[in-house]
Design a protein. Structure first.
Length: 448
């Protein structure tokens, strides 16, 4: 007999089926045992008699053969999609037993700390609510891909090892590479730009790594970035339009495909207007000063509290949870960022903020070879190590720009999660690489 998935039992009332999955919960009533069987498509109640069923434990992996029965009206369970049916079990086959569980998996809202949630990640990912976070993230990433494919973008995968640091020397991992030293990639940026010269429009879903000495609720060492770059633009507003189209596409897809999950979290997708507002950094800081009295008007970036405040202003005044902030100082942006000809101290770059946090950064890039070389030298970036990158511009590059989203941050703020680690399947930070690093013996402490 072929396996039937839980979701398909609704069309098989009166038929014999074979199901396979995990024991989600068990209720033992003497001669009769009720089991909630879980597979990738849902949960269904199984009714079994005898010790073969009463001896089963939570998270045991089993096969069940039996008849799909319609439940009496007064016993229908409206909280699950298969609540109108149950399985009258005739045979059970134990595929794998489970050890005693370290946490109570019976509740939808797991009552555990974040460290415990991550310490037992293989187990806690089986919880329906935790599991659902990454179904939303899958839609976010898939929608990013589809949005750009609809605009004729070409997908590529960028290298992990890079020869030179281009976006801040203090935030990279230097690693030995045979007889040399290289760096782990902070961004696929250079390769996006090279490929604009070959494909015009490109995007990449990449793991990027930053050695930020930061333990916050919104930073990770390893993130999945959603990057795009394209040529033949007229201005940075073309990049803003493409980024705006993309995030709207992504959020609409989440709303369309993840409605039940959003309801489970008491969440909604962010509000946005037909034309997402965009203001310059100094304008934003002036607004924040007027609203709060906090004077960061000379700072090169928005502080975390500033990001929250300008998002509150955007929602109150513009009706949008999303807002673009443009014109960050030239000295604080990477060397390839295009300067505003009318005010070269500032760049034609921008961030997208959503619900109080940066979701995306982007803008126009320098496409003139001589200007790019000059800016690299001014920032102490070694042109010899960027020879491959610079070739693309030496041999002709159209006006171009691009952007990069953080998939974990988007997921976090759609669902209202308290910590970005909850939006990473296997989070990496200063304190954890699967296991808590503080629990390990340091190399110098190991016994000889």
């Amino acid at each position: 007999m072929e396996r039937t998935l839980v979701k398909d039992t609704l069309t098989k009332i009166g038929e014999k089926v074979k199901l396979a999955g995990w024991v989600n919960t068990k209720r033992d009533h003497g001669k009769i045992t009720f089991i909630d069987l879980r597979d990738r498509t849902g949960i269904i109640q199984v009714v079994g008699m005898g010790s073969d069923y009463s001896s089963l434990g939570i998270e045991y992996v089993i096969e069940i053969e039996g008849e799909v029965k319609k439940r009496p009206e007064n016993l229908i369970n409206p909280s699950i999609s298969t609540g109108k049916v149950e399985i009258k079990a005739e045979r059970v086959n134990l595929l794998s037993s489970a050890h005693e569980l370290p946490i109570d998996m019976g509740k939808e809202d797991l009552d555990v700390s974040l460290p415990t949630l991550l310490d037992y990640r293989p187990l806690t990912l089986r919880n329906s609510k935790i599991n659902a976070i990454f179904k939303v993230q899958e839609v976010v990433i898939d929608a990013f891909r589809r949005a750009l494919k609809e605009r004729e973008f070409f997908e590529f995968q960028a290298p992990v090892f890079i020869p030179e640091v281009v976006e801040g020397g203090a935030e990279v991992f230097k690693v030995p590479y045979f007889n040399h030293e290289v760096y782990l990639s902070q961004s696929p940026q250079l390769y996006k730009q090279i490929l604009v010269g070959a494909y015009e429009r490109v995007f990449s879903v990449n793991k990027t790594l930053r050695a930020e000495p930061s333990v916050t609720t919104r930073h990770l060492t390893e993130v999945t970035t959603l990057d795009a770059e394209f040529g033949f633009i007229d201005s940075y507003f073309d990049v803003k339009e493409m980024a705006e189209y993309t995030i709207k596409f992504m959020l609409k897809e989440v709303e369309k495909k993840c409605g039940e999950i959003l309801e489970k979290f008491g969440a909604t997708t962010p509000k946005f207007t037909d034309d997402i507002p965009m203001i310059k950094l100094r304008e934003a800081q002036e607004i924040i000063f007027r609203r709060t009295g906090r004077d960061n008007r000379k700072e090169p970036d928005l502080e975390p509290e500033d990001e929250k405040e300008i998002c509150r202003w955007s929602l109150e005044e513009k009706g949008s949870d999303l807002i673009f902030i443009s014109h960050y100082p030239t000295k604080k942006r990477p060397f390839y960022t295009f300067q505003d000809p009318e005010d070269p101290e500032y760049t034609m770059s921008f961030d997208l903020l959503g619900r109080g946090t940066e979701w995306m950064t982007g803008g126009r890039r320098i496409n003139d070879y001589d200007t790019l070389l000059k800016m690299a030298k001014e920032r102490n970036v070694d042109p010899k190590k960027l020879e491959l990158y610079l070739q693309a511009f030496r041999f002709g590059m159209p006006p171009e720009g691009g952007f990069s989203f953080g998939s974990e941050r988007i997921t976090m703020h759609i669902l209202g999660l308290g910590n970005i680690r909850e939006a990473s399947l296997f989070p990496r930070d200063m304190e954890r690489v699967d296991i808590r690093l503080s629990t390990l013996q340091k190399p110098q402490e190991k016994k000889k």
